[in-house]
Design a protein around this ligand. Structure first.
Ligand code: PLP
Length: 334
């Protein structure tokens, strides 16, 4: 029997490349498994185990038949409540649990954010150097990445003038990743405020990836664009996850928070419009009695001890450049 040739994969899929980060990481892991003394510089991964109390809670949850059933598409209500409380604690603003969507890791949140916002022809402003995943995801959504380059001479941070020069009538989204993968750059509150006001003025969506929020070095301070420019909440999607802070890269738990879409995709978070935002504090206060959200002590293990020291030690071996102010990576310009 003759067989027909298999038809090609979709143009969307053919437009993207496999993850370069995961390819490097897989290679390092296989060399290590073969007994070679390899240090992986691919994936951003803490080098210690997930804290015991998290593992114990997961074991207990796995043993409870309640958790053997389908859960709501947005994620467990208790988890979304905890993420809401965590956001208030760490970022200083209230998001309704209804506006939070739990994902299979931060990467799925990245994918969904661009799938939700970008149509063919839309342009996404992307400060570079940047994590290799973002342009692929924009391409998958049919959008066009517009790179805005910020080199070591400007601490790897784009200026408002650069963003304005790159803006066209097709500009739909500005991507921010601070602390940054791969540069370690951290935008200050003043810088984020200006960028947020500019996005507001021009009706540009902001997708802000805050997965490295707790990994800050030296004098770098946490800064969250929605807290700084609250009106931006209606056009911002915040991406986050537990992978980096809690050494949980293999657990695949992330989330996204943001306004509703008109696409009918009810999987996307629903709007914290001004009215609802004003009602939220009352709701927040009524949370007494709930289990508190555990802290973020595990990022501390990364900070002065492990990665930062090692990162700084590498400075002498690789051409000097701006110190990473945050994140897990150091960009070598050699
Ligand atoms: C900037 C950034 N966002 C998101 C992710 C994805 O995190 P997760 O492991 O939760 O998918 C990574 C992973 O390296 C990252 O560097």
């Amino acid at each position: 029997m003759s067989t027909a040739p298999i038809s090609r994969v979709s143009a969307r899929l053919a437009a993207i490349s496999p993850s370069a980060t995961l390819a490097v990481d897989a290679k390092a892991k296989s060399l290590r498994a073969a007994g070679r003394p390899v240090i992986g510089f691919g994936a951003g991964e803490p080098d210690f185990a997930t804290p015991d109390y998290i593992v114990a809670a997961a074991v207990a949850a796995a043993q409870d038949p309640v958790n053997h059933k389908y859960s709501p598409a947005k994620g467990l209500p208790e988890l979304r409540e905890a993420i809401s409380a965590k956001t208030l604690r760490d970022s200083g603003y209230l998001v309704s649990p209804e506006d939070i969507l739990v994902t299979n890791g931060g990467k799925q949140a990245v994918f969904q954010a661009f799938a939700a916002l970008v149509d063919p022809g839309d342009e996404v402003l992307m400060p570079t150097p940047i994590w290799t995943t973002y342009p692929e995801v924009v391409a998958l959504a049919g959008g066009t990445t517009v790179e805005v380059f910020a080199g070591a001479d400007q601490d790897y941070k784009v200026t408002l003038e650069q963003l304005e020069a790159a803006r066209t009538e097709r500009t739909k989204v500005l991507l921010l990743c601070s602390p940054s993968n791969p540069t370690g750059a951290v935008y200050t509150a003043a810088e984020l405020t200006h960028i947020g006001q500019w996005a507001l003025e021009h009706g540009i969506w902001v997708v802000t990836d805050e997965i490295y929020e707790h990994l800050l070095y030296d004098d770098a301070q946490p800064a969250h664009i929605v807290a700084l420019v609250p009106e931006l909440a209606n056009q911002t999607v915040v991406l986050n996850g537990v992978a980096k802070t809690y050494a949980m890269t293999g657990w695949r738990v992330g989330w996204m928070m943001g306004p509703p879409t008109s696409s009918g995709g009810h999987q996307l978070p629903v709007t914290p419009d001004q009215q609802r935002r004003q009602r939220l504090p009352a709701r927040g206060h009524s949370r007494g009695g709930r289990r508190p959200v555990r802290g973020r002590p595990h990022a501390d293990r990364l900070r002065p001890s492990a990665s930062a020291d090692r990162i700084h030690a590498l400075r002498d071996r690789w051409r000097s450049g701006p110190h990473p102010q945050g994140g897990l990576l150091r960009l070598s310009e050699r």
